[in-house]
Design a protein around this ligand. Structure first.
Ligand code: F6R
Length: 593
């Protein structure tokens, strides 16, 4: 599973000699684990579990690597996903005298499973019972050393596939884990538990009722399997966005219903004293920051500046201990952003990181962190990184509104409810991918493409242009709708494609003004491609081509409006024969200034 990106790995097997669990775990690359196993070899075993971890709860250390065991070392578990109610469960276990050796949510599940086993049930029933009390999204795979004939897996909102072999069976997060041994697979449904033995696989629901998985034959090779059948990691990651956004919304509330951040080392009093926010970021993350400005200023009434991290230090920024610097970075390692937060901290300002990579340098050097929980992003161009950064920014804005009291609790609840509908909205756009691909085919010969947006749609236009530059190597520019007449309109010539992000209707003059911008370019011969919400008929006369967006509030519209722009760039670059996952001259993590 190495291609998925990970920060530690581990394996547990049951020793056929003495029935003991033999386990090795190491932070870092698989090579570290391989070295450990070479030094301290594992017994020859026929049953075992392994895991590559992408840290969510607890940093990427040997101790936090999976598998995790129960109190008496009888059960070993690996886990993907997030257990939302793990803090409550951990508290209960600790009150009952359990000592937990890691910071992970997984270890809680291991202890619970072992308690069930000790009550006399088998691992399958133990798994059913434990999964029934867990909230969140998860996949588990577990072994019981006293029952060395079976492996039990379970899933809710997180993938798990069974590989059916001849006298051997497998479980994996995707078919890439076992494709070299078998192409017969069984896909599990939601809330199902599977028990595999050498002979076969039996599926039940969490309630113990018999269930069926979906049998299919995999006709991909290993490289396609790693991409889940997609041609590019980027396309796979685009299609993962409903799940990524849902995951990034998980576990954000305490038992009392208040919003919580992942790692908060700033008190409410310190946050109340904040009188200015400066967001620093680079590239796509910078555009997420621009959207954040609209949300934070509107919901919290705090002035926000958005600054490119590479420029921040050089303008002698005015920051003090009442300034909150928000650093947005998918990788957590971008050198420009890192140097900017170091500079900000020297001026005594507080730093909050929005990051996808647990334990990376930027969150380590920050006072507070919101993790994006997008899962590893492999393609160089950021897609699910961007949408989950947006979610984290909205959560930050709501958190500040909660602390500062600029929004009532029920108003915050209302926005959270709107956010919880966004995965569905994104899916609606993905379901329209064919329309966007057809658009890309029609414009494959374009040499310049312009993007227009206003308000929260402006950063989306900039992001659409960046995607096209980095993937299709095209001249692409994003503009604020109102700025056109101040110069850029001179670029417009006959049949020039202009992609327009149209704001939702009913927002004062915003929509109307955007329409004027579109008319201006159209009158000069541009070919307008409009992305406008369903039911917006006013746009029809001015759109040469029209793709519908679901109806969502204006501040959240970037989450749905960016999807067709990502698909457009990905498809156009594919048609032009470029390497979409690794565009020329670019690196995933830019660790030089
Ligand atoms: C664009 C892209 C880059 C990154 C930028 C910042 O698709 O991926 O523009 O957004 O290099 O990277 P992070 O967020 O890791 O700091």
């Amino acid at each position: 599973m190495e291609y998925r990106g990970y920060d530690s790995a581990g394996i547990a097997v049951i020793d056929p000699g003495d029935g003991a669990l033999a386990m090795r775990k190491k932070a870092g690359k698989l090579a570290n684990l391989e070295k450990e196993i070479a030094e301290v070899p594992l017994p020859d075993a026929v049953i075992g579990i392994g895991h590559t971890r992408w840290a969510t709860h607890g940093g990427p250390t040997d101790r936090n690597a999976h598998p995790h065991t129960g109190r008496n070392g009888r059960v070993a578990v690996v886990h993907n996903g997030i257990i939302e109610n793990f803090a409550t469960l951990r508290e209960q276990l600790e009150r009952a005298g359990h000592e937990l050796g890691s910071d992970t949510d997984t270890e809680v599940a291991a202890h619970l499973l072992e308690l069930e086993l000790e009550s006399g049930v088998d691992l399958t029933v133990a798994m059913q019972r434990v999964c029934s009390v867990l909230e969140g999204a998860f996949t588990f795979v577990a072994v019981d050393r006293l029952d060395p004939e079976r492996i039990v897996g379970a899933r809710r909102n997180s993938p798990l596939v069974v590989g059916i072999g001849d006298g051997e069976n497998f479980l994996g997060s995707d078919v890439a884990a076992f494709i070299e041994f078998t192409s017969d697979a069984l896909e599990l449904g939601q809330d199902q538990v599977v028990t595999i033995t050498r002979e076969g696989a039996a599926v039940t629901t969490f309630r113990g009722e018999p269930a069926e998985g979906r049998r299919y034959t995999v006709d991909w090779d290993l490289s396609a399997a790693q991409k889940d059948g997609y041609d590019w990691f980027m396309r796979k990651e685009i299609f993962e966005q409903p799940r990524a956004v849902a995951d990034s919304l998980l576990g954000r509330r305490s038992t009392s219903g208040r919003l919580v951040l992942d790692e908060m080392r700033l008190s409410d009093d310190e946050l109340r004293d904040i009188d200015k926010i400066i967001i620093i970021a680079a590239g796509t993350s910078f555009y997420a920051g621009m959207v954040a400005k609209y949300a934070i200023e509107h919901w919290c009434r705090i002035p926000v500046e958005v600054e490119l991290s590479s420029e921040f230090r050089y303008r002698d920024p005015i920051v003090d201990n009442q300034t909150l610097v928000v650093a947005i970075s998918q990788s957590g390692e971008t050198a420009d952003t890192l140097q900017a937060i170091r500079h900000a901290r020297k001026q005594r300002s507080k730093v909050l990181a929005i990051c996808n990579t647990n334990g990376s340098t930027i969150p380590r050097e920050s006072d507070a962190v919101i993790y994006m929980h997008a899962g590893p992003e492999i393609a160089v161009a950021s897609t699910k990184g961007f949408v989950t950064q947006l979610v984290a920014c909205y959560l930050l804005a709501l958190y500040l509104a909660q602390v500062k009291g600029t929004k009532y609790g029920d108003e915050i609840d209302a926005v959270l409810a709107q956010l919880s509908c966004m995965p569905e909205g994104i899916q609606t756009m993905l379901d329209r991918a064919e329309e966007v691909y057809a658009l890309a085919r029609r414009h494959r010969d374009a040499s310049t493409v312009l993007f227009l947006g206003r308000h929260a749609g402006y950063p989306v236009a900039l992001e659409g242009a960046l995607k096209l530059k980095e993937l299709a190597y095209l001249h692409a520019e994003g503009f604020a709708g109102g700025e056109l007449k101040h110069g850029p309109i001179a670029l417009v010539e006959n049949q020039l494609p202009v992609l327009c992000v149209v704001p939702p209707q009913g927002r004062d003059f915003l929509h109307e003004k955007m329409l004027s911008g579109i008319q201006e370019v159209r009158a000069r011969g541009a070919h307008t491609i409009c992305f406008a919400e369903e039911g917006d008929d006013t746009i029809v006369p001015f759109a040469d081509e029209l793709i519908r967006l679901p109806r969502v509030p204006v501040l959240l519209q970037p989450l749905v409006a960016v999807i067709p722009l990502q698909l457009f760039a990905c498809e156009l670059a594919t048609l032009l024969g470029h390497d979409v996952d690794q565009p020329r001259n670019l690196a995933k993590s830019v660790t030089v200034e």
